[in-house]
Every structure is written in structure tokens, then in C-alpha cells.
Design a protein around this ligand. Sequence first.
Ligand code: TA6
Length: 315
Amino acid sequence: MSTEKFLPVEFCKGNNGLDKIVLRESRGSSAEVYLYGGHVTSWKNDHGEELLFVSSKATFKPPKAIRGGIPICFPQFASHGSLESHGFARNRFWSIDTDPPAFPTNSSSKAYIDLILRPSEEDLKIWPHSFEFRLRVALTPGGDLMLISRVRNTSTDGKPFSFTFAYHTYFSVSDISEVRVEGLETLDYLDNLQNKERFTEQGDAITFESEVDKIYLSTPTKIAILDHEKKRTFVIRKDGLPDAVVWNPWDKKAKAMADFGDDEYKHMLCVEAAAVEKPITLKPGEEWKGRLELSGVPSSYCSGQLDPQKVLSSS
Ligand code: TA6
């Protein structure tokens, strides 16, 4: 990449004229974030390959959330409460945070942006809690994508509030029937297709042959998605987010979603770092931090031979 064109942070217009920020790293990786929803819609490696899935039918029209990328589910995950599904943060306009509190970081990367969301008068009517939600989206020199959320209770009425949360990440995969997820074996999960009943996962890697909508509880901080065909492993690292949601709508639900292509379920998988089982409670002045780091690691081993334990046990 020629240096003169290289801008670590670029402000521009995206789909439907919505404000977008493009982050670039010197080795070629990039990411795109919309102010609408504080929504990451693209993450490319240094070969320019897109690592996130965004539906060809996604609408970039408020109040509909963008179908794909990384929607932010806050202050409610799915139907775990009285608000609209997945809360309202994903269909609000965020602002650039011009004065973020200092950020403990050891990254020299300049490819980051700080966004902020505060409740509007309308939001306070449906969720009567004052908060500041600061979101940093950053690319590391190695092309990893990092999202760090900081939610602070700024209420002056002395009242605590509780919320549930998810980074609803849509990963782009070659063929869902060839993908394996490692790191969730033997864990308990709530099955959204069976009235959130609690079950225990079997011992092997998770593979896909039908609709799945499960909330894995108290997972390890690292999970791997192995895409043999693309010889790629996604490593998901998370902090402050004890749970992980795994979702693929499969064929029927795919057809039922207007902003999703009928066959697109074959090329996406949601693995979502989340806090669902135990809502997070903040007293006034308290702050919660939820960190997600995504890496796309080339898997040099051919199908089925990558030792996921090596990936999961490595730092
Ligand atoms: O995270 C899984 C899930 O909660 C599924 O139940 C499914 O509804 C999916 O999210 C998509 O939700 P959305 O509101 O974006 O259509």
C-alpha cells in the first residue's frame, strides 16, 4: 500500500449516505464502522478478504438494524426483557467521542475510533436510565479487530440499572456444513428453539446441519471457529462477557427474513460474545467494560487436523 494514500482513520459517506468511518492498518487490513448503530460492517485482512458477513439484502435505513457485521445488542439481548428485540443501541445514531477518558492500551496503532451513545428523551421514556456508552473500535498492527465497550451509570437519582449485552458478530464462512466451533464442548446452554430450556453440550466440536440458536453459559474467554475450506480459523477472545450465543437461521428462517437472502445462511455464522444469563448491574458512577478481540488466523493444516486445543491454549 503506498503510504501517501494510507489514512488510519477516514470519515466518509457509506450506504444510503450514512456516516461511516474507515480504519486502515499499514499492512493492509481495514474495518468500517457506521455511526448508525455504532455498527462495524466490514473487517478485511491484509489480503483484502472480507471476514464479516453482511447480507446482500441488508437495509441501511433507520429504524431497521443493519443485517450483518457486528450489531451491538444493548441494553437488552434478544427478548430478555420488555424492550424491542436486542434493545435500541443498534438502531440509534452514535456520535464521535471527542474526549474519551484515557484508554490503557499497549497498541501503537492509530487505526481506531471512539464513539459514544447517550439516551435521548425518547429512550428515557422506554428505559428510564441515564448512561454513557463509549465504544472503541480498533485495528491492531497485526490486523486483529478490537471492540471495547464501557457503559457507565450516570444517573443522579441514586438508582442502579441492569442490562444484558451482546456483540452479535456475523462471521463470513465458506460453507456452514464444513465449519466447526471449538471451546464450547460440554458446556451448559439455553436452547432458544426449546423455550430456553437448559441442556449440556456434547463433548465434540460443534458442527452445523440445521437451525441453531443457543446461549452457552460461562464459556472460556477464547473460542475458535474453524473454516477448513478457507483454511482459516477465527479466534474470538472476550472479557467481561461470560456467555456466547451461537446462531444460524438455516433455510426456513432465512426465507422468513426480508433483509436476508434465502441461501445466505450457508455463508454466515453468528458467534456472539455476550452477557445474558446474569444481567450486569451498575450503581450510579459505576462502569462496566466488555472487550472483544477477533483474529483471523490462516490454518495451515488441512481439514480436521488443526489442533484447536493449541489455538485455544495459546495466548
Ligand atoms: O442472537 C440470536 C438471535 O437472538 C436469534 O434468536 C435471532 O432472532 C437473531 O438473534 C437475529 O435477531 P434480529 O432481531 O436481528 O432479527
